[in-house]
Design a protein around this ligand. Structure first.
Ligand code: MRU
Length: 344
C-alpha cells in the first residue's frame, strides 16, 4: 500500500500512528474533533502540513457529529480544541481559519458537505503543491552532491511527496544528487525512524547520523547543501523548525554550505514581524530522559525540551515554496513573494 499519513473515509479519519514507526504499522481511527486533537497533541500525526490537514478533517468530523444542528457558532468548541492541540506550526491555524471562512453563514447538511469538500481540497492541494515546490527547489541542490536533512518532512509530514524531502525525492529521480545524510533528530527521532525509512522505501541512498555528527560531516566537505522544512516562517524570513535546525544553519554558514528552507506558502505567517514572537512548544521531560520508554538518564534530572528553534533569516540562503524561490530572505523579499504591498 502506498505510504500516507492520513486516510479519509468520509465519516472517519484514520491516522497512521507515527509513534510506532518504522517497526509497527497501526492506525488510530478518529471519529470527532476530540480524537483528532488528541492525535495531533500526542504526535500520532506530526509535521506542519499534515497537522493542518488533520485539523481540517477534524472540523469536518465535528460538523458531521452536529448534523442538522451544524453551524459555525456550534463548531466553536471543536475549533478551539483543535487550535489548542499544538502551538508552533502555523499550518494548523491556517487550516482552521480557512475552514471557518468557507463555513461562515452555512448550516446543517450544506455546512457538512462544504466542510468535507474543503478538508479534502486542502489535502489534495497540499500533495499537488509539494510537487510544484520540489520542481522549484531542485536547482538549488548542487549537481552530484550529498544533501543533509533534519527531522521528517516527507509524505508522513504532509499530504504526500513532502517539502524538503519532496525536493530531495524529485532531485534524486532526476539524477541531480548522489544521496542524503539524515540526522536522527533527538529526542523524538523523526530522522532515524521516519526519514531514513521513507527514503529507503524509495531507493534513495541514505546514511543515518546522530545530530552531533553534522559538524564533522560538513567539515569533511561531503555536504553540498542542507535542506529542512519549517513550522512557521515570519514576515522577515526567520524560521521555526525542529529543534536542532538553528545549530545546523550556524554550521552551514561556517562551512559556506547553502542552507535551504522548503515550505508551502501556508507556513508563512506575515502577521509576525520576526521569530521572537513565535510560540515554541515545550515537550515532556521524559522524551529526553528516555528513548522509547527505556531510561537513559536519572529519572528526575531536570530537562530542557523545546520542540523547535528559530533560525534567523540571515542564516538562510533560500526559502522555496510552491510559488518559487526567495533568495536571501528578508521582509521585502517575503512580502514580494506573497504579493503583499511594501510596508509604509
Ligand atoms: O514535532 P514535529 O515532528 O511535528 O516537527 C516537524 C518539523 O519540525 C518539520 O520539519 C516541519 O513541520 C515541516 S514538515 C513538512
Amino acid at each position: 500500500m502506498e505510504l500516507t499519513a492520513l486516510c479519509w473515509h468520509r465519516q472517519r479519519l484514520d491516522v497512521l500512528d507515527q509513534r510506532a514507526l518504522p517497526h509497527d504499522t497501526r492506525w488510530m481511527p478518529c471519529h470527532d474533533a476530540t480524537d483528532v486533537a488528541s492525535a495531533i497533541r500526542d504526535m500520532v500525526v506530526r509535521g506542519a502540513p499534515a497537522i493542518g490537514i488533520a485539523a481540517a478533517y477534524g472540523v469536518a468530523l465535528a460538523a458531521q457529529r452536529l448534523g442538522a444542528e451544524a453551524s459555525l457558532e456550534r463548531l466553536a468548541p471543536a475549533l478551539q480544541q483543535l487550535a489548542e492541540s499544538r502551538p508552533t506550526a502555523v499550518n494548523l491555524f491556517w487550516a482552521l481559519e480557512r475552514m471557518g471562512k468557507v463555513l461562515a453563514g452555512l448550516e446543517g447538511e450544506a455546512l457538512i458537505a462544504r466542510a468535507v469538500a474543503e478538508a479534502e481540497h486542502i489535502h489534495a492541494e497540499d500533495l499537488a503543491l509539494n510537487h510544484r515546490l520540489a520542481e522549484h527547489g531542485v536547482s538549488l541542490l548542487p549537481q552530484g552532491s550529498f544533501i543533509y536533512t533534519h527531522c521528517n518532512t516527507g509524505t508522513l509530514a504532509t499530504g504526500g511527496h513532502g517539502t524538503a524531502l519532496g525536493v530531495i525525492r524529485t532531485a534524486w529521480q532526476g539524477g541531480r544528487i548522489a544521496g542524503v545524510y539524515a540526522g536522527e533528530t533527538r529526542p523524538w527521532m523523526q530522522g532515524s525512524r521516519l526519514t531514513s525509512w521513507e527514503l529507503m522505501q524509495d531507493g534513495v541512498p541514505v546514511t543515518l547520523v546522530t545530530d552531533s555528527m553534522a559538524a564533522v560531516l560538513m567539515q569533511s566537505g561531503r555536504i553540498g547543501a542542507v535542506i529542512v522544512g519549517a513550522d512557521r516562517i515570519t514576515a522577515n524570513g526567520d524560521t521555526a523548525n525542529k529543534i536542532g535546525t538553528y545549530g545546523l544553519a550556524v554550521l552551514a554558514h561556517h562551512h559556506r554550505i547553502p542552507f535551504i528552507v522548503a515550505a508551502p506558502v501556508a507556513t508563512i505567517d506575515p502577521q509576525l514581524a520576526d521569530g521572537s514572537a513565535i510560540p515554541i512548544e515545550q515537550r515532556p521531560a521524559d522524551e529526553v530522559r528516555q528513548i522509547h520508554g527505556v531510561p537513559v538518564a536519572p529519572a528526575t534530572v531536570p530537562v530542557f525540551n523545546p520542540a523547535f528553534d528559530v533560525t534567523p533569516a540571515g542564516l538562510i540562503s533560500a526559502i522555496v515554496t510552491e510559488r518559487g524561490v526567495i533568495t536571501r530572505p528578508d521582509t521585502a523579499a517575503v512580502r514580494a513573494h506573497l504579493a503583499l504591498p511594501a510596508p509604509e
